[in-house]
Each structure stands twice: as structure tokens, then as C-alpha cells.
Design a protein around this ligand. Structure first.
Ligand SMILES: CC(C)(COP(=O)(O)OP(=O)(O)OC[C@H]1O[C@@H](n2cnc3c(N)ncnc32)[C@H](O)[C@@H]1OP(=O)(O)O)[C@@H](O)C(=O)NCCC(=O)NCCS
Length: 99
């Protein structure tokens, strides 16, 4: 399997992208970008209002590069979320908004 995305509905047109991952051996070939565009197209069709994803600090740069083109913005940085020195970022996308 090259990649996996898990969506968790949060009610009121919102969902959490609980997992978005491309396997190490398939990275940097454009798969992540293609995958997130396909998901985003479906969110627009399904009129999903808001999608958010949380990511560990050390993975934020690479996830940001893949998700930013479809409109994800980093909206929060939670310090020490999982203990000392383990903080995470929260990224959000409003699929029905033009970007
Ligand atoms: C982020 C991730 C999905 C990207 O997948 P990918 O298939 O390698 O992405 P693509 O090849 O489509 O590249 C997308 C963009 O990210 C950039 N990119 C990808 N990996 C990168 C890296 N390690 N460092 C810097 N840039 C990177 C690419 O250059 C590309 O940017 P560009 O279009 O400006 O050239 C993949 O690295 C991954 O699964 N990382 C872990 C994600 C994670 O932590 N998930 C948990 C939270 S749910």
C-alpha cells in the first residue's frame, strides 16, 4: 500500500483527517499531492465545510508543502501536546472557500 487517509466525521459538516500518510518508499513522486487533491475534490462535492489535521512538529514542514496547495493553513501550535518537547500543529482547510 502506497498511502492511507483516514477521515473521522466530527458533525456539522466538519471532519478530521486523522491520518494522511504516504509510505516512505513512495514519497516525493507526487503521490501525496495527487491524493490530497482527490480528497479535496470530493470534500467540495460533498459540501464538507471544514477539515482539520494535526501533525507532530517534526513532520509539519513536509505535510504543509503537500497540503497548502489545496488551501490548508496552520492555525495553531500546541506546545508539549504529548509531553515535554513534543508539540504539534493544527492545520485547517475550508473546502468550499475559494483559495
Ligand atoms: C507529507 C507527505 C504526505 C508528502 O507525500 P509525498 O507523496 O512525498 O508528496 P509529493 O511528492 O506529492 O510532494 C508534495 C510537495 O511536498 C514536497 N515535499 C514532500 N516531501 C518533502 C520533504 N520531506 N521535505 C520537503 N518537501 C517535501 C514536495 O517537494 C512537493 O512540493 P512541490 O509541489 O512544491 O514540489 C509524506 O511525506 C508523509 O506521509 N509524511 C508524513 C505525514 C504525517 O506526519 N502524517 C501524520 C499526520 S496525519
Amino acid at each position: 500500500m502506497a498511502g492511507v487517509a483516514i477521515e473521522t466525521p466530527k458533525g456539522s459538516g466538519r471532519l478530521k483527517l486523522s491520518t494522511f500518510l504516504i509510505a516512505d518508499e513512495f514519497r516525493n513522486c507526487g503521490l501525496g499531492g495527487t491524493f490530497i487533491r482527490a480528497l479535496h475534490d470530493r470534500w467540495v462535492l460533498e459540501r464538507v465545510q471544514q477539515v482539520h489535521v494535526t501533525v507532530a512538529e517534526n513532520n509539519h514542514d513536509q505535510l504543509n508543502r503537500a497540503l497548502r496547495p489545496v488551501g490548508f493553513l496552520t492555525v495553531a501550535h500546541e506546545w508539549h501536546r504529548y509531553g515535554p518537547e513534543r508539540s504539534e500543529y493544527v492545520m485547517t482547510c475550508l473546502p468550499t472557500e475559494l483559495h
